[in-house]
Write a protein that binds this ligand. Structure first.
Ligand SMILES: Cc1cc2nc3c(=O)[nH]c(=O)nc-3n(C[C@H](O)[C@H](O)[C@H](O)COP(=O)(O)OP(=O)(O)OC[C@H]3O[C@@H](n4cnc5c(N)ncnc54)[C@H](O)[C@@H]3O)c2cc1C
Length: 463
């Protein structure tokens, strides 16, 4: 039996950050990982997807700059792009992260972890043996999430791609069907179109892309995707899927009777928590569901406040940086500090890394109105500041603030435009800090940066 202050099940970004914080403050910690240390994010999600988007984005950026665009005389080197992706994910080996973990003073236990009772985790190790770990202070679930397969006739019987397959794909499909219109679907549709897919079709059941973001931002993205030849079918519900053999064309039949044919079908319609086989039933919780937590990240309904859940598996915000934030808060709570994850409720930053990017924090206009906030919105063209001209030609996008008129503070912001995600943190600071608009007036943006759009927004608002 091994005893540690903290035992974490899952070594993705959330689990790794618990480890970092715990070792920094002298707590002993074991991380149980059944696959690759670094989790989904490092090998099949954030890192490879952003790397795959980058070559196309850089090429487009150069096309917007007279003088540079003339230097583009060829097409993307797909092999080099995929080789860079392979390199940045360490060719799906985690030696580097293991070295880091051990250097930080943590203990890695390889295998599948399950809670088996109060503060106790059993690990089924790759060699078939079982190792029992006991936590003096806390067990932290950080088991992440997996792609969800919707109940479409025939879908589970054919070979499809999920987010893992598309981020690790070794070839460019000629015709790519993308089921879903959210972040993963939009990003991957554009990445692979720009890498050379001839036909890319997004099939989304609702009336728009990016259902959680501002409708106008989703519309800007849709226009941009369509302008580069991606077909976007909204209000399109998949009814049945079939494939000729294992490698033949895949056919998707829609509710309206239309059929679409592709060489690969990416299914990107949502995620489910990895909580089915982690022993939740032994502590009275329901397997397969998000682990409900309070703002101190402690699982609700478990006596003794020893079980925590952070990252995707609690369903609060399926984003790496929010999982890492929750890890920081949970470690503070475990070591006896008074901390709560309040940013989860009002200042979640999110960037869709398409071109244009869609970057947002806090509430959308509709969410703010639903909450009864006295809303006023203000917008300004991102390309209309001086940086829009110095950076190239044809740069467009929108900056948009949702202001709580009563309190004179920003409760939400959305920016669209090339690389505009870099502007987001200024809005996150304003939203999280509830900085009064009158004070923001004195936060002077440098000339000529895209941040000048802040000045224009405040002027338009009438500060
Ligand atoms: C294609 C794609 C792109 C994305 N891009 C971004 C992005 O750009 N920015 C962003 O912020 N977010 C992005 N996300 C979301 C991000 O990947 C997740 O929010 C993040 O990985 C969650 O971290 P986590 O630590 O909670 O879980 P994960 O990264 O899923 O890690 C969980 C780990 O737990 C392990 N595990 C599970 N069960 C057990 C068990 N019983 N025993 C032992 N080990 C176990 C798994 O093997 C895994 O390593 C993207 C997601 C996808 C799918």
């Amino acid at each position: 039996m091994d005893e540690f202050d903290v035992v974490v099940i899952g070594g993705g970004p959330a689990g790794e950050n618990i480890l970092l914080r715990c070792t920094e403050c002298g707590l002993s910690i074991a991380v149980v990982e059944q696959e690759l240390l670094g989790g989904e994010c490092s090998y099949w999600a954030c890192i490879p997807s952003k790397t795959l988007l980058r070559p196309g984005a850089v090429l487009e950026a150069a096309r917007r700059v007279p003088g540079a665009r003339e230097a583009i005389t060829g097409t993307l080197d797909v092999d080099a792009a995929l080789a860079r992706r392979d390199e940045i994910v360490g060719n799906w080996h985690d030696d580097g992260q293991v070295e880091w973990l051990e250097g930080a003073g943590g203990t890695l236990v390889r295998g599948h972890g399950r809670i088996v009772g109060d503060r106790t985790v059993e690990v089924e190790q790759p060699d078939g043996t079982t190792r029992r770990l006991v936590a003096r202070k806390a067990v932290v679930l950080a088991t992440g999430s997996h792609s969800w397969m919707p109940p479409v006739d025939g879908l589970d019987a054919i070979r499809t791609w999920d987010s893992r397959d598309i981020t690790s794909a070794k070839h460019v499909p000629r015709r790519l069907l993308v089921l879903g219109g959210g972040v993963v679907a939009s990003e991957m549709a554009q990445a692979w179109k720009r890498l050379g897919a001839e036909e890319v079709t997004i099939i989304e059941r609702s009336g728009r892309l990016l259902g959680r973001e501002e409708p106008w931002a989703a519309e800007e993205l849709r226009s941009a995707l369509e302008a580069e030849g991606i077909t976007v079918r909204t209000n399109a519900e998949a009814k049945a899927a079939s494939r000729e053999g294992d490698d033949g064309p895949v056919t998707l039949t829609l509710e309206d009777g239309n059929t679409l044919v592709g060489d690969e079908l990416l299914v990107a319609v949502g995620r489910r928590p990895n909580t089915r086989d982690v022993g939740l039933e032994t502590v009275g919780l329901e397997p397969g569901k998000n682990v409900e937590v309070d703002d101190r990240l402690r699982a609700t309904g478990v006596d003794g406040d020893w079980l925590y859940a952070i990252g995707d598996c609690n369903g609060r915000s399926l984003l790496t940086h929010m999982g890492k934030y929750q890890a920081r808060i949970a470690t503070d709570v475990i070591r006896g500090r008074d901390a709560t994850a309040w940013a989860d409720h009002r200042a979640v930053p999110r960037v869709v890394f398409t071109d244009p990017q869609v970057a947002a924090v806090g509430l959308t206009e509709a969410q703010a109105r639903e909450q009864g906030i006295d809303v006023r919105t203000v917008s300004y063209g991102v390309g209309d500041v001086a940086a829009g001209g110095t950076s190239g030609v044809g740069i467009t996008g929108t900056a948009f603030l949702v202001v709580d008129e009563t309190r004179g503070v920003i409760v939400g912001a959305t920016f669209t435009g090339p690389d505009i995600g870099e502007l987001l943190h200024s809005a996150t600071v304003a939203v999280a800090g509830e900085v009064p608009l009158d004070t923001l007036w004195h936060a002077v943006p440098s000339f000529p940066t895209f941040s000048e759009v802040w000045l224009r927004l405040l002027e338009t608002y009438g500060v």
